[in-house]
Design a protein around this ligand. Sequence first.
Ligand code: GDP
Ligand code: CA
Length: 316
Amino acid sequence: MSVAGRVVLLVGGVGGAKLACGLARILPPEALTIVVNTADDFRHLGLHVSPDLDTVMYTLADLANPETGWGVAGDSFRAMEMLAGYDGPTWFRLGDVDLATHLARTAWLDEGLTLTQVTARLCERLGIRHTLLPVTDDPLATRLDTDEGELTFQVYFVARGWQPVVRAVRYVGADQAHIGAGVARVLEEAGLIVLGPSNPVLSIDPILAVPGVRERIIANSAPCVAISPIIGGRAVRGPAAKLMAELGMDVSPAGIARHYGDLLSGIILDEEDRALADAIEAVGVRAFARRTLMLTDKDKVNLAQALLTWAEGVAT
Ligand code: GDP
Ligand code: CA
């Protein structure tokens, strides 16, 4: 079977969403499932916030705000201004249009729907034809042990602007979390599994921490390939490089390959890092150097197409 028959893409927010967008332009809905991190989720102002699901959803619906990486393009913040007038908490901002997504999600969850069902309903109304699956419907939350003490994810990321120095990361609830039913099935049936160009520690690792995810990737003989989020020793945006360095990881595609270890059959690294390809291949991971920076829609589609073509030749 062609790898493009059933592709499963694991992602966090911005970086992964761009690749999801490229793949969704090429593959029909039945050939692509996007499994999304939920360890950034939290309850705020009584609302269930799912930042990575929303980033991927808004990106696929062509509603995303490229400047912020979250929220809806052109959104207004009148509700936040009113809230500020009440001296309410405004450190985590939600736009007026974005609030509707949060109200609907929270109401449907309170009615007893699962996060998977709620996500499907939101996607359907937004005209998204490909399937987005939260990795689990159970609570999962990243906690960071930092030089300022233990911080919840959103306090670290938004309130403290990822400035605290991180010593360790854990995923609260992962041990008890059940892999989403759809997630288990698509990982078993996948012809290609892709670890998106997402933050390895904050976006991909919490997905892999849900019992059954890692095991199914290993049990499936299909190739598992990563796209490096690190280009020339830097993250395209966000804390990936800083965090990797603080955790003692090698901040390069080679470090990414080593981090994913025996899960990985191949990695696409940026052309800027071409010199590292041989060293990666020497440890048994196929390496392919090309442009990985996705600035335009054309970049996204070209990378997605190159990934599918290259992966055909990658065996485990
Ligand atoms: P977050 O949840 O929004 O932080 O999203 P992700 O974890 O999916 O994405 C953040 C990562 O995406 C960062 O480590 C970036 O370096 C990476 N990234 C963003 N845009 C690109 C891109 O165009 N190409 C590559 N290779 N990586 C990217
Ligand atoms: Ca995220």
